[in-house]
Design a protein around this ligand. Structure first.
Ligand SMILES: NC(=O)C1=CN([C@@H]2O[C@H](COP(=O)(O)OP(=O)(O)OC[C@H]3O[C@@H](n4cnc5c(N)ncnc54)[C@H](O)[C@@H]3O)[C@@H](O)[C@H]2O)C=CC1
Ligand SMILES: O=C(O)C(=O)Cc1ccc(O)cc1
Length: 285
């Protein structure tokens, strides 16, 4: 059970966690922290938080769990505003899509890395953002990755695990660096491909006609290009190495595909498509 939960950044991810924990009765009070009063008022009106605060330092006093749920690029400045404010027993966690840079940002912002900081990443979300998109069911049966730090407090780790399980998630642990490599491949690369496809087509003269005749495959492939641009700018800037590695790997395969088409090499094309189909049929429902 959590007595006082503070969510800093009450959008899709933070708001959904608050809703799930309020509905399951896992926490007694949820306080939302944000930059503007109107979105915090909406969060309160939607029943996502019990009350809200613009001052992060005041909000976290007496909290037993503090969740950083802003875009990754805002974490350092949010942590700077929390310097000297967290109770000794308070657990600090986050929901950022990258982990190495978040650990650095927390350390730089707070001036130290608290033993009760447990980095976390729910592998669940959608292309819509803001508190209006939050739902209590978002994490039901979905994975959450914790990347506990060497020397971190195991009890804090268990509390963060318990919180996510109460929200319906299945929790796993992973090393920080490994998380960033795996997610660069499975989440960051697909988002960048979808953004680049839509952006590239939108610059063609015939774009009106192209989008008018786009079929289901186009919609399936590009749904995630409607995701929040600020969030994805921040992910790119904060997981640079693994993302560039994946882009290079993908670029080489795209060039190979082009060469096979140019050479009329049907066997090569068939083998690429067969391997892709077998792999997807094996791993995705
Ligand atoms: N959208 C998704 O599907 C997923 C997102 N994530 C991660 O979760 C985090 C939040 O993403 P979303 O909830 O989708 O974004 P969102 O845009 O819905 O919510 C972010 C909230 O943070 C607030 N905010 C921004 N800067 C702030 C600051 N300096 N101080 C206080 N509040 C601030 C915004 O006003 C907004 O209410 C990101 O770090 C993202 O990488 C993780 C898993 C899935
Ligand atoms: O919309 C989708 O399908 C997503 O993949 C959402 C998402 C975005 C970022 C994450 O770090 C995790 C999940």
């Amino acid at each position: 059970m959590i007595n006082r939960l503070v969510i800093i950044g009450v959008g899709l991810v933070g708001g959904s966690l608050a809703l799930a924990l309020r509905q399951s009765g896992y926490c007694r009070e949820v306080i939302g922290v944000g930059r503007d009063r109107s979105s915090l008022q909406r969060a309160q009106a939607l029943g996502v938080v019990d009350r809200s605060e613009l001052d992060a330092c005041a909000a976290v006093r007496g909290a037993d769990m503090v969740v950083l749920a802003t875009p990754v690029g805002a974490i350092e400045s949010v942590c700077r505003s929390l310097r000297g404010c967290l109770d000794e027993k308070a657990i600090l966690t986050d929901v950022g899509s990258v982990k190495g840079a978040v650990v650095e940002a927390v350390q730089a912002g707070l001036g130290m890395l608290p033993a009760r900081f447990v980095p976390a990443h729910p592998i669940a979300g959608r292309e819509r953002s803001g508190v209006e998109a939050a739902t209590a069911e978002l994490y039901q049966g979905r994975r959450v990755i914790l990347t506990p730090l060497p020397g971190g407090d195991p009890e804090a780790c268990e509390s963060v695990r318990g919180m996510w399980e109460a929200a319906g998630a299945v929790v796993e642990n992973m090393a920080v660096g490994h998380h960033d490599e795996v997610l660069a491949a499975t989440s960051h690369l697909p988002h960048l491909l979808a953004y680049t496809l839509v952006s590239s087509l939108s610059r063609l003269d015939e774009q009106e006609e192209i989008f008018r005749y786009a079929a289901g495959g186009f919609r399936d492939f590009t749904r995630i290009a409607s995701s929040d641009p600020v969030m994805w700018r921040d992910i790119c800037l904060h997981n640079k190495g693994p993302i560039l590695d994946m882009l290079k790997h993908f670029g080489r395969d795209l060039a190979t595909l082009g060469e096979a088409i140019d050479a009329g090499d049907g066997d090569r094309l068939l083998s690429i498509f067969q391997r892709a189909k077998q792999t997807r049929d094996r791993f995705c429902d």
